[in-house]
Design a protein around this ligand. Structure first.
Ligand code: HEC
Length: 138
C-alpha cells in the first residue's frame, strides 16, 4: 500500500518536473529576439542597428526586412553585393547568414556564417524588429 502510494507520488513529481521543463522551453522560444540580441554580438564589431545606427565596417542594418541589398546611403559596397539583386527578408537573410559568400560570391563581408538554425532564427527575430529609423516596430 505505502509502496504504491510512494510510487504514485514519484510519478506525479516527475510529471511535474516534465511540465516545468516544457514551460521553460516555451518561454525560451518566446524570447527569440532577446537571444538574438546575444547572437548579434557576432555582428556588432562591424554592424550597428537601432536608433542612430551608423555605418561601420559594414552597413547599418535598420529596416532590413524588405530592404534591397546594397542600398544604404554613403556605404561603399562591393559590386557583388550591389548587383546581387537580393531583397532582404526572412528567407533570404537566413540563407545568406549561414554562408554569406555562398549566396553573394565576391562579397567583402568577412564572415564565415552561422550554422546553428536556432541562432539564425533568434537573430532574425532580433534584426527584423527594427524599422528604417531604428525603432522597434509596433
Ligand atoms: C568583420 C566584419 C563583419 C561581420 C563580423 C559581419 N559583417 Fe555583415 N557585412 C560586412 C561588410 C563589409 C558588408 C558589406 C558587404 C559588401 O559590400 O560586399 C556586410 C554586409 C552585410 C549585409 C548586407 C547589407 C546590405 O545592405 O545589403 C547583411 C544583411 C549583413 N552584413 C549582416 C550581418 C550579420 C547579421 C552579421 C552577424 C551574424 C554580420 N553581418 C557580420 C561586415 C561584417
Amino acid at each position: 500500500m505505502t509502496g504504491t502510494r510512494l510510487a504514485a507520488a514519484m510519478i506525479a513529481a516527475s510529471a511535474g518536473a516534465v511540465m516545468m521543463q516544457a514551460a521553460a522551453v516555451g518561454s525560451a522560444q518566446a524570447q527569440d529576439a532577446a537571444k538574438g540580441k546575444q547572437v548579434f554580438n557576432l555582428c556588432s564589431p562591424c554592424h550597428s542597428i537601432g536608433p542612430g545606427a551608423a555605418n561601420k565596417v559594414g552597413p547599418e542594418l535598420n529596416g532590413l526586412d524588405g530592404r534591397h541589398s546594397g542600398t544604404v546611403p554613403n556605404y561603399d559596397y562591393s559590386d557583388a553585393n550591389k548587383k546581387s539583386g537580393v531583397v532582404w527578408g526572412e528567407a533570404t537573410f537566413k540563407q545568406y547568414i549561414k554562408s554569406p559568400s555562398a549566396m553573394v560570391p565576391g562579397t567583402k563581408m568577412p564572415f564565415a556564417g552561422i550554422k546553428d538554425q536556432q541562432k539564425v532564427d533568434d537573430l532574425w527575430a532580433y534584426l527584423s524588429q527594427f524599422d528604417a529609423n531604428g525603432n522597434i516596430k509596433k
